[in-house]
Design a protein around this ligand. Sequence first.
Ligand code: SR1
Ligand code: MG
Length: 408
Amino acid sequence: MYKILNNDLIKEYIDETLEIRSILLDSNESIDKIEVSEIGDGNLNFVYMVKSSKKSVILKQAVPFLRCVGEEYPLSRIRMSFEIEALKAEKEICHDLVPEIFYSSHDMSLVVMQNLDNHKILRGEMIERKIFPHLSEHISDFLADTLFYTSDFYLSSTQKKENVKKFNNTELCKITEDFIFTHPYEDNDTNEYNPKLDIKLVKAFRQDADIKVAVANMRYKFMSEAQALLHGDLHSGSIMLNEKETFVIDPEFAFYGPMGFDIGIYIANLAMSYFSIQDKETKYKNYVKGMILDTWKLFASKFKTNMLNHEKEQKSLQWDYPDGLKHFEQFADDFIKKLFDDTIGFMSCEMFRRTVGLAKVADVAGIEDLNARANIEANILACASKLITSKYKNIDEVMTEIQKHDKQ
Ligand code: SR1
Ligand code: MG
């Protein structure tokens, strides 16, 4: 039966759950030998580190409300079941990029998994100006493989439709529909702004026909295009890493949606980090610029390779004629071009909402000088407005646009 755990109740729970107990303790050892500490600061769940002399693990539990708002915002615990199933699916596809699960319980809405204690959250590391030589390779692998191997390009029609049903994550999709695609574009109580941000800028984009139509298009895409199993919240707080290894965590928002959403959210968070860096730190700014360019370019090339290799292996009759593979390649290029446009659209929506919506990014919101922060936020809003209402040939053009709006 479900109960909300705390430090003491976790000990009791582990004592009676042999699968977890045996990971942490020898059979005759007392449960008092383990230490429990709450380490989460996320918006949704409670995260504990559980440590014995033998091992340490992470125990994450969903509670029946939205943690960052409180009990007055009920949210069913089923989100943990989606997280568990998404972790399993992602682990099968990208073994080295997803933490190991030791135990999970749908009834208790909890998962016990690998403690990434040699790894840190990417956002914090970027704020500390740390450099990670393999990150773009790893994230582009994660994106190209999870998005390809869960899509209609790879799965049978029946399996893909079964998966869409399985990941029917309606409540968390609604959070995204509200907090990314709706509230930031209206006068809504949940929105929060830096008091030094010129309110005229906020009002202006909320009444701009081109922006409103473009955002409505992205919202509709998010709600209706079940292309692949998405992570659903792939910002720099959902990545833990060190110099050698990268792990993608927290897929509680997983569902079948448009591929560009995951890529766009990630690149938007890199772009907001870019804007947050003061001009004099040119070395780090250039590093982040390189991350933006590499992520898209590596992703596009790996995704295309996945498509071509699969087609070569399958040898489907449809493309089995002298120029067939060349024509299939045109189809792949066409698809990736549309995916690029979607990516930039979703990227813009993430930039808007992280500036004027409820959830902020520490890279920008952590800047203590509110006037300096407001200047960066104005740049982000202007850039997002331009990106979502324009068409770009490639990521280099997008980067030029970002740089143009980076007015110090
Ligand atoms: C109301 S929850 C706000 C945000 O937290 C999560 O990390 C998602 O990004 C969600 O949009
Ligand atoms: Mg999260």
